[in-house]
Design a binder for this molecule. Structure first.
Ligand code: FAD
Length: 316
């Protein structure tokens, strides 16, 4: 079922969450162990992230370095199929531009359609870790909006081969939004216009980057509505969990902690204390978002669902 139909049928704020595929070599059991404790909150959909290749350098016998591409977390599509089969819940694969030619994207979408997957979250993807800027595949897309155009075209039956009678796909397309601005955007206004372009291209809902200050989300929603974006906007919530997160999350995701939260985090001496602050902040944040009437709250578990479970117990 499409995310937009789940939202339309809902009487209250929905619960959803996002997981990462396990590191290559680990079994799918670790995924189930993360999902099982969250099933009591009846998620309507579960997102599975996509991780592109990274480059590593291996020393050869002659002393020269060999550059090797590896994917540390493959399995997005297989995990989606396994989730739908085991839990009977919609699974949403993230589909990125990076590393894909348009034809590979088309073939990936055909696989998803055959598996009965109704939704995709269409993203540009980040740059490869060893590259400072995002570099598109030479036959691929440079921006999420171009990927969304391709999926929308397939939804109209327009594939890359134009000489064959083709059945339209029927994907509900999600796109990303950034209440605190995407780090590469010139300013919030140009970034908002990018969200509008993605919606105009066929995105039916927006999921936001994590944020810790609800007022930033509320301002983002108001600004979206003011420029004619009418689709559902789903807030992304991430509980801070470890001492390492304190600096990692702002650095990696380009977000700020509000002063009340940073003051509490500065008092923490160990991971347990951070986790407790993260849970309490997440409960407060989620209750306020729910009272505001958001269609769904999307939790970033980052492969660890215990904090999300504690929050959901108080909120859903
Ligand atoms: P875009 O919408 O293409 O925007 C990228 C930047 O380009 C923005 O600054 C935008 O303002 C700018 N821009 C857009 N069009 C133009 C134009 N024509 N000219 C100039 N500038 C332009 N990454 C992964 O690799 N895998 C995942 O599974 C994943 N899941 C995510 C889930 C969510 C909910 C979110 C919010 C992010 C996720 N990401 C994931 C990260 C995402 O891929 C990065 O944030 C990426 O840098 C941008 O992706 P986007 O789809 O927002 O890009």
């Amino acid at each position: 079922m499409k995310v937009t139909d789940h939202i339309q049928n809902a009487k209250d704020t929905l619960f959803s969450f996002e997981i990462l595929p396990p590191l290559k070599g680990k079994s799918i059991q670790s995924i189930y162990e993360g999902i099982d404790p969250l099933m009591e909150f009846k998620p309507k959909f579960i997102n599975v992230t996509y991780h592109r290749e990274e480059f590593i350098y291996k020393e050869r016998e002659n002393g020269l370095l060999e550059k090797i591409a590896i994917r540390k977390r493959p399995g997005t599509v297989g995990i989606c199929a396994a989730i739908m089969n085991k839990y009977d819940v919609d699974a949403i694969p993230h589909l990125i531009c990076g590393g894909f030619s348009k034809e590979e994207t088309e073939n990936a979408l055909i696989d998803l359609q055959f598996l009965g997957i109704d939704n995709v979250l269409a993203l540009r993807g980040d740059s490869i870790k060893t590259e400072s800027n995002f570099r598109p595949h030479k036959e691929g897309h440079a921006f999420a909006v171009d990927l969304i155009h391709q999926i929308s075209d397939m939804n109209k039956g327009n594939y890359m081969m134009d000489d064959v009678q083709l059945e339209p796909t029927n994907f509900c397309i999600g796109a990303a939004g950034y209440p605190e601005k995407h780090f590469e955007a010139m300013n919030l206004d140009t970034d908002l216009l990018n969200v509008k372009r993605k919606v105009d291209a066929g995105a039916s809902y927006i999921v936001t980057q994590m944020f810790f200050d609800n007022s930033k989300f509320f301002r983002f929603v108001d600004a979206c509505r003011a420029i004619g974006i009418t689709v559902p906007i789903i807030p992304g919530v991430k509980p801070v969990k470890t001492l390492a997160h304190i600096s990692f999350l702002p650095k990696f995701f380009h977000i700020d902690y509000p002063i009340e939260l940073s003051n509490e985090l500065l008092k923490c001496k160990d991971n347990k204390a951070v986790e407790q602050v993260g849970i309490e902040w997440g409960i407060q944040q989620s209750k306020e978002l729910k009272a505001y009437g958001v269609p769904c709250i999307h939790y970033y578990t980052m492969s660890n669902s215990t904090s999300v479970q504690e929050i959901a117990r108080e909120v859903f």
